[in-house]
Design a protein around this ligand. Structure first.
Ligand code: PLP
Length: 433
């Protein structure tokens, strides 16, 4: 696509966008715009942190509230879409997003809780094989989870955790370096744990290559898909990942703290010998209410469930999954590549990153990133961020001086990108001069 730095170009792209209709199905924050001395609809580029609220969410929630009011406890079994099996309604759309068989996915808990549950099953240190290899600078919750797991098994994080870092002077990891590190430690690895997309840099990791290298080394492969689900298409089943976990409040627009998910590969789901922490909702459905001793796990990712589902967050998630089903993740990805490509082009070719001391630390190859760009703002970073914030842009700030902006293809437009760039350029002029 030949990009242009004009409002007419941005408007024309929006007119031709086959997914443009989804934008009006979301609620956008109304924020103050100091430069206009008034209020405006936010330029919302923060779906990497919290996705917008679909207008349909309210209806989904009201339906469940109505059921609760009308049926009370009978809602579990006798209402339409009974709560007993409600989580299963999300299974197929989620499976399509991560490239899995329906029985390999389950919506449950929160991301970090699921990571712990998965590590109970897939971090099984024994003898020389007790180490976990992960990306340096992983999201802190993952670091804490991994540190506490290795300690729980009697090891020290210093010894048992191997971090792979970018080369000196580089911000992102080279796949060859990840694979070489796995090979170098092949005698001692129990688990390779990576994010699908790195939260800070926006880099997409080669999950297939990492999974295959981990298996060649005799280790399990697990992924944190917090920034990947709903952002890039995946094929977890085909890539033979052992497990994955995700949250749903970012690109899945399911609301703050909404129900997360997990994937367990088909080859493990019938294996009752895999150690796991159990709860009654993972127990064989037909026998669950016999209230008997002896845990019999469901043959499926559902066998890792602990508790009965939080119905309201699941209901909220369905409002968003409906749109993913209608739009299709492949079509969203196509738009996303163009939208983020436009953002990159505007920053580099129109605003001029070098001139303002801005380094885009996200990979420049479209297939090696999702929708997010991370801008390392070397001069006046926080002041620039505050300026765009007070002009009605919602992005986010990560220390020491990174502004993350993520045009989400389900609700962002080319005009959002265009207007953001105008505001960003003006902020740079005012702060850097
Ligand atoms: C990459 C990544 N992992 C883990 C988490 C933690 O998620 P939760 O609070 O849902 O456990 C986040 C939250 O933003 C994240 O971005």
């Amino acid at each position: 696509m030949q990009y242009q730095n004009t409002e007419a170009f941005a408007r024309e792209q929006d007119q031709q966008d086959p997914l443009a209709r989804f934008r009006e199905r979301f609620l956008f924050p109304i924020v103050a715009d100091d430069s206009r001395e008034g209020m405006r609809t936010a330029i919302y580029l923060c779906g990497n942190s919290l996705g917008l609220q679909p207008k349909a969410t309210r209806n989904y929630l009201e339906r469940e509230l109505q059921k609760w009011g009308q049926y009370a406890v009978d809602g579990h079994f006798h209402a339409e879409e009974p709560w007993f099996t409600y989580h299963k309604l999300l299974r197929e759309p989620l499976a399509r997003l991560v490239g899995a068989l329906p029985q390999e996915v389950v919506a449950m808990n929160n991301l970090t809780s699921n990571l712990h549950l998965m590590m109970v099953s897939f971090y099984r240190p024994a003898g020389q094989r007790y180490k976990i290899l992960m990306e340096g600078g992983a999201f802190p919750s993952d670091q804490y989870a991994v540190e506490s797991q290795v300690r729980f098994h009697g090891y020290t994080p210093q010894d048992a955790i191997i971090e792979v870092n970018p080369r000196a002077g580089e911000h992102t990891l080279r796949t060859e370096d990840i694979l070489a590190a796995i090979d170098e430690h092949k005698e001692s690895l129990a688990l390779v744990l990576f994010s699908g997309i790195q939260y800070y840099t926006g880099q997409v990791f080669d999950m297939q290559a990492i999974s295959s290298a981990a298996h060649k080394a005799g280790a399990f492969a697990g992924f944190d898909l917090a920034h990947a689900i709903g952002n890039v298409p995946m094929q977890l089943h085909e890539w033979e990942a052992d497990f994955a976990v995700w949250c749903s409040y970012k690109y899945l627009n399911s609301g703050p703290g909404s129900t997360a998910g997990a994937f367990v590969h088909e080859r493990h789901i019938n294996n009752t010998d895999i150690p796991r922490f159990a709860g009654w909702w993972g127990h064989n459905e037909e026998e669950r209410f016999k209230m008997e001793k002896g845990f019999k796990p469901i043959a499926g990712a559902d066998g890792w469930m602990l508790s009965n589902s939080n119905i309201l967050p699941l209901a909220a998630q369905r409002a968003s999954l409906d749109m993913f089903e209608e739009a299709g993740i492949e079509q969203l990805r196509q738009k996303s590549m163009q939208l983020t490509g436009y953002l990159e082009w505007m920053l580099c070719n129109s605003i001029g990153c070098d001139k303002w001391g801005i380094e885009i630390i996200t990979p420049s190859q479209p297939e090696a990133r999702g929708c997010q760009l991370s801008l390392f703002v070397h001069k006046g970073g926080k002041a620039v961020f505050d300026k765009i914030d007070s002009a009605g842009v919602i992005g986010d700030w990560r220390e020491p001086n990174v502004i993350r902006v993520a045009p989400a293809p389900l609700y962002n437009s080319f005009m959002d990108v265009y207007v953001f760039c105008r505001i960003f350029e003006r902020a740079l002029q005012e702060v850097v001069g």
